[in-house]
Design a binder for this molecule. Structure first.
Ligand code: PGA
Length: 253
């Protein structure tokens, strides 16, 4: 049985005051009875403050990005060892905004993934196709290529300490989520590709869906057998929405 996870990617949003309010509200609403893991991903500069606020309760804190190198002479970058040092437990790698806006290719994403593991944190590897790629029937090929880059560099066993997120680029921030069937299909492709190398690791790996998840569609997305929770962008900035998404992922008694 895979423990569901709901992850909140705050992207480049928030202020000290709004973060405090959001976390306060989340803490009032969260319950351990849900049987899920909850992680939030604030911008770098707020990590320590958010960590201090959630100290002692069950919300984990992760980073949205990491440098593949270092520590060393890399002005403006943040090393995995530093994130681990301040208490980060998870790091997003390969988010489509990083791939698209900052030119991160599969090879760089694979190096970031390895750097996160080397610092003993959990990478969340994001994969997903653009609308053009979907229309050209390349979805399976694209997500497989993105996954394979990591498998080649770190090996299938590395996935025992990682999470994968399927995030179709056309669904991110657009209000147009993948249908439950579309999500399930791609999640199953990813899981079976991993199972071909190690069935046990494939069976234990959590694969999250991301892309316009909200309270209104979370339950039907999470009901799929290969969807183990969600990576939530816009809706993670609302405590009410995020709570209802977490409740949708909760293990039913
Ligand atoms: P969204 O973003 O929920 O706002 O579509 C998801 C993500 O980018 O992780």
């Amino acid at each position: 049985m895979r423990r569901p996870m709901v992850a909140g990617n705050w992207k480049m949003h928030g202020t000290r005051a709004s973060n405090k309010l959001l976390v306060d509200e989340l803490q009032q609403r969260m319950t351990d009875d849900w049987g899920i893991d909850v992680v939030v991903f604030p911008p770098y500069v707020y990590l320590t403050e958010v960590m201090r606020q959630v100290e002692g309760d069950s919300i984990a804190v992760g980073a949205q990005n990491v440098c593949a190198e270092g520590p060393g002479a890399f002005t403006g970058e943040v090393a995995a060892a530093m994130l681990a040092d301040i208490g980060c437990t998870h790091v997003l790698v390969g988010h489509s905004e990083r791939r698209r806006l900052y030119g991160e290719d599969d090879a760089l994403v694979a190096r970031k993934f390895a750097a996160v593991l080397a610092a003993r944190m959990t990478p969340i590897l994001c994969v997903g196709e653009t609308l053009d790629e979907r229309d050209a029937n390349q979805t399976d090929a694209v997500v497989s290529r993105q996954l394979d880059a990591v498998l080649r560099m770190s090996g299938v066993k590395s996935l025992a300490k990682a999470i994968v997120a399927y995030e179709p680029v056309w669904a991110i921030g657009t209000g147009r989520n993948a249908t439950p069937a579309q999500a399930q299909t791609v999640h199953a492709v990813l899981r079976s590709r991993i199972a071909a190398q190690d069935a046990n690791i494939a069976g234990l790996l959590r694969i999250l869906y991301g892309g316009s998840v909200k309270a209104a569609n979370a339950a039907e997305l999470f009901a799929n057998p290969d969807v183990d929770g969600g990576l939530i962008g816009g809706a993670s900035l609302s405590a009410d929405e995020f709570e209802r998404i977490c409740a949708a992922a909760a293990v039913q008694p």
